[in-house]
Design a protein around this ligand. Structure first.
Ligand SMILES: *[C@@H]1O[C@H](CO)[C@@H](O)[C@H](O)[C@H]1NC(C)=O
Length: 291
């Protein structure tokens, strides 16, 4: 009889197992994303997903064998897990709290300024040693390469040429493309193609990024502050997406946890009834076994 009563706990554990999949998928998506160059939360996310699945499998077997004590332990683990994921969501929001792209006149894309960012994550990215690694990652990600190039056929010569400056200005660039692959608009450089820009003689460059810019395709703006800001903006975007998944999972898990607790109480009552042969239909059931 109490086997039947533990059925809802099994269903709860099974759904909790399924909820581990989106968490795990979020971690794998971030790990496999070439443009995510700040790798510090992917592993915790994958661990969270796997942990939820392991807890759920444990709960599933506890329910299958109708072990009341194990079911209670499963619910306790699930309760701890709710706090772990809540902590994770708050942390991810806290570190990606500040900073967004700036609108530039006559440009469809946004530009990114390091001054707009602050806090722990920024310190991690900007710090000399770390930036060498991160900028190497940005370079390898290929954001400034073929994926950014757009060619149009020249009407006179019939050859493929880079799209016009005006067409480029109307593009919606990613934070990395905007921050790392071209000089800041304030430098006033002339467009040749997406990653080749020539300084205008006599125009003073006020932004230090203007002198960091190089048409050498291995250098570009990878050492610019705008690139650091672009990396931070990318991380923020990714983390906001992952956090949405985590919040949905958290809400569903809280509901599941409550259902699991109710199912546990029923299972416990059924367990006592069976063990002590209590007949619920009679009024003589000892009051200590009533819940
Ligand atoms: C722009 O031109 C340079 C030099 O011809 C070339 O190396 C680079 O790949 C071009 N940039 C893009 C984004 O195609």
């Amino acid at each position: 009889m109490y086997r039947r009563a533990t059925g809802p706990v099994g269903t709860t554990a099974f759904i909790a197992f399924l909820l581990g999949i989106p968490i795990l998928a979020g971690g794998i998506w971030l790990s496999s994303s070439a443009t995510d160059c700040i790798r510090f939360l992917q592993l915790p996310l994958i661990i969270l997903g796997v942990t939820l699945m392991a807890i759920s499998l444990f709960g599933l077997s506890a329910a299958c064998y109708g072990q009341i004590k194990l079911i209670r332990f499963f619910l306790f683990l699930l309760f701890l897990f709710l706090f772990a994921i809540l902590f994770f969501i708050i942390f991810a929001y806290a570190v990606t709290d500040k900073g967004k792209g700036q609108v530039v006149v006559n440009r469809a894309f946004l530009e990114y300024h390091l001054e707009d960012y602050s806090g722990w994550l920024k310190d991690r990215v900007v710090d000399g040693d770390n930036w060498e690694k991160v900028s190497g990652c940005v370079q390898r990600s290929g954001e400034c390469g073929v994926s950014m190039a757009r060619y149009v056929r020249d009407l006179n010569s019939g050859l493929l040429v880079p799209e016009s400056a005006d067409a480029f200005y109307q593009r919606n660039l990613s934070p990395l493309e905007s921050g790392c692959c071209k000089p800041p608009t304030s430098c006033g450089y002339t467009y040749v193609n997406e990653t080749v820009w020539n300084p205008v003689p006599g125009v003073p460059a006020t932004d230090p990024d203007c002198t960091r810019w190089s048409n050498d395709q291995q250098v570009l703006c990878y050492q610019c502050d705008s690139c650091k800001a672009g990396v931070l903006a990318t991380t923020r975007r990714h983390w906001r997406k992952v956090s949405v998944i985590n919040i949905v999972v958290l809400v569903l898990l809280v509901i599941l946890y409550l259902i699991g607790c109710i199912a546990y109480r029923h299972a416990k009552r059924a367990h006592y009834d069976e063990t002590y042969g209590v007949n619920r239909m009679s009024k003589t059931a000892p009051s200590m076994f009533r819940f």
